[in-house]
Design a protein around this ligand. Structure first.
Ligand code: ARG
Length: 491
């Protein structure tokens, strides 16, 4: 990369121009241009630290702060686009700054390497993206919670092995998905915290002989932790893997929900109807209404798992400290975060555009003997050992099956010889709604227990909202917004 003045970023040692094939292959500007804002914010913190420590004189630091602030402003308003012949976003920034402020730009890279620079930019980006993802998640969780509140007493079969198993409520089912995603929100928040360690000051790998203050640049970025070891600071991409894993797990959860929508909207189940707004037609079969968005969420889970797998494979066996392999972290991370964000949005839309067929759900409770377990439990309550109770309930199921009736339609007289412990009241208690409502153990589907869950879920949602609202921009960014980059004090 040659600059307008004929020099290149690292040209001093080289006597010939680089091979354009190599340059095109090693360059990362087409994708790391996304980091321009974060890199500029980190650069402002770095320069301000150099000023505060006296490494740079005010006369040298001020033009840098002004110039970087100007670039940041133009990027934020979209008047400046990050493109050019530069190797990466870091060299783009230095070149563009040089075009604006001339040779004063030459002091920007004092006590800094692209190795600590790229890490801090990516960390800031990751935190910002995770915070945005959490906001999207609250919208989705809110939609699911509202739906669950409407269906505390909508009964349906719960499944194991995709066979009707025991009666539950639709609210209970929806809350199962809610809690799975709540765990993802927790993982994302953890990934946010883990990304909040500043590597600035580690230099290429071994720190600096200049009297820098890495804790000062960290504090200016709103971070209270710095690297424990300069080598690890530039080699570490755990925060990228953490974020990608949180995205992959989230996608896996969304894919399980999506798969259910695909199944449940099929005529064979008929548990949900998709509005036209959220369905796709067929180019050939006029009658078709396909749940394609849900199918794609299911499919994209594979893609994000691939992003994570690619990252882990890239990191495996990589010698310390920085290696160019690490440049491969970005596209995978961007893709995981983008795909997760897009999928959450789509799942929210689908959730708002579908209706549950309550009558159909409740009709599915017949013909499956879904309360045979309750029958056995009731016998246990009457003193029968469970294994014997299990056998007797099985006998009752066989009898009902051969007569083509439900368990509660059997008459006690018929059962007297086969399963003497089963009386008339016991049979009434195994009507599905009664049986589900009687399951009052913790986390079980009885309405009062589900209302406990709803309350806990609402509290968790509020906690997540508060967390996202409490996030503050880095002090240096605040100073930039208030035009005080070179002010006497920034706290
Ligand atoms: N583009 C590089 C990356 O994404 C920046 C760091 C480059 N450092 C270096 N010594 N080549 O990782």
């Amino acid at each position: 990369m040659t600059r307008p003045d004929g020099t290149s970023l690292w040209g001093g040692r080289f006597s010939s121009e680089p091979d354009p094939v190599i340059l095109a292959f090693t360059g990362s500007l087409p994708f790391d241009s996304r980091l321009a804002r974060h890199d500029l914010i980190a650069s402002l913190a770095h320069v301000r630290m150099l000023l505060d420590t006296g490494v740079l004189a005010r006369a040298h630091a001020e033009p840098l702060l002004d110039g970087l602030g100007e670039l940041l402003g133009e990027i934020e308003t979209g008047t400046l686009t990050v493109e050019g012949p530069d190797e990466d976003v870091h060299t783009w920034i230095e070149r563009t700054l040089q075009e604006r402020i001339g040779s004063a730009a030459g002091r920007l890279h004092t006590a800094r390497s692209r190795n600590d620079q790229v890490s801090i930019a990516l960390r800031l980006f990751t935190r910002e993206s995770i915070a945005a993802l959490c906001v999207l998640l609250t919208d989705l969780l809110e939609a699911w919670l509202a739906e669950a509140e409407r269906h505390v007493e909508t009964w349906m079969p719960g499944y194991t092995h995709l066979q009707r198993a025991q009666p539950i409520s639709l609210a209970h089912h929806l809350l199962a998905h809610f809690w799975a995603l709540a765990a993802d929100a927790d993982r994302l928040q953890t990934a946010y915290e883990r990304a909040g360690v500043s590597p600035l000051g580690a230099g290429a790998l071994a720190g600096s002989l200049l009297p820098i203050d890495p804790r000062r640049s960290a504090a200016l970025l709103g971070l209270d932790r710095i690297y424990p070891n300069s080598l690890l600071a530039v080699a570490d991409r755990d925060f990228v893997a953490d974020a990608a894993f949180a995205c992959a797990m989230l996608m896996i959860h969304l894919s399980r929900w999506a798969e259910e929508i695909v199944l449940w909207s099929a005529l064979e189940f008929g548990f949900v109807r998709l509005s036209d707004r959220i369905s796709q037609g067929s180019s050939l079969m006029p009658q078709k209404k396909n749940p394609e968005a849900a199918e794609l969420v299911r499919g994209k889970a594979g893609r994000v798992i691939g992003d994570l797998a690619g990252l882990l494979a890239m990191l495996k066996g990589l010698p310390f400290a920085y290696n160019s392999d690490l440049q491969e972290d970005k596209e995978a991370l961007f893709d995981a975060l983008d795909t997760a964000a897009g999928s959450i949005r789509v799942v929210t839309s689908i959730s708002q555009g579908l209706t549950y067929d309550v009558a159909r759900l409740e009709r599915s409770l017949v013909a499956g003997f879904v309360t045979a377990t309750d029958l056995a439990d009731l016998l246990v309550q009457g003193g029968t050992p469970f294994r014997e109770a299990h056998r007797m309930a099985g006998v009752a199921v066989r009898e009902a099956e051969s007569r083509g009736c439900e368990l509660w339609e059997l008459d006690a007289g018929t059962l007297a010889g086969l399963a003497p412990a089963i009386g008339g009241e016991t049979l009434q208690a195994v009507r599905p709604e009664a049986a589900a409502a009687a399951r009052t153990s913790e986390g079980a589907p009885a309405p009062e227990r589900v209302r406990d869950q709803l309350a806990d879920a609402a509290a968790l949602l509020q906690h997540l909202r508060d967390w996202a609202e409490d996030l503050r921009p880095p002090p240096i960014y605040q100073a930039y917004r208030e035009n005080r980059l070179a002010a006497a004090e920034i706290k």
